[in-house]
Design a protein around this ligand. Structure first.
Ligand code: FES
Ligand code: FES
Length: 155
């Protein structure tokens, strides 16, 4: 075990944890931040994505010690049910979710991408989200939601 200084959603946490543990486990089990989901655990589905220093990162394959001191944002850091972030509101407006399991990864990945590429084309948005898997086949509604967010806020 090691003492790790983790900055999540604007708060600093001093944690005594296994430094090799996946960031996802620490977020969910130690900090009870359940926005990031466990899907594949292999970096292949995107359900666990968080934003680290502006980049969409798969937390299931990220050892917690490697992100000590970095600014980490989870879905909880964007908005709340009462006061959703515009990207969360767009996903609600477009009723983008099926079961909802992949939605964390979709929203987090789209936000990080559009923060860096506010004028992205539809083809570029599709490419950016291509590695986020959805078994409910919500892709068309997800795309509409992301484009709504882009028009309202990002562009
Ligand atoms: S749970 Fe991390 S990519 Fe699937
Ligand atoms: S909404 Fe069910 S996996 Fe995407």
């Amino acid at each position: 075990m090691s003492v790790i200084n983790l900055k999540v959603n604007g708060r600093t946490h001093i944690l005594d944890v296994d430094p090799t543990a996946p960031l996802l486990y620490i977020l969910r089990n130690d900090l009870t931040l359940n926005g990031p989901r466990f899907g594949c655990g292999l970096g292949q589905c995107g359900a666990c994505t968080v934003i680290i220093e502006g980049e969409a990162i798969r937390s299931c394959i990220t050892p917690v010690a490697t992100v000590e001191g970095f600014q980490i944002t989870t879905l909880e850091g964007l908005g709340t049910a009462v006061n959703p972030h515009p990207i969360q509101k767009a996903f609600i407006d477009q009723q983008a979710a099926g079961c909802g399991y992949c939605m964390n990864g979709m929203m987090i990945t789209a936000k990080a991408f559009l923060d860096q590429n506010p004028k992205a084309t539809q083809a570029q948005i599709i490419e950016a989200l291509d590695a986020n898997l959805c078994r409910c086949a919500t892709h068309i509604r997800v795309l509409k939601a992301v484009q709504q967010y882009q028009q309202e806020v990002a562009a």
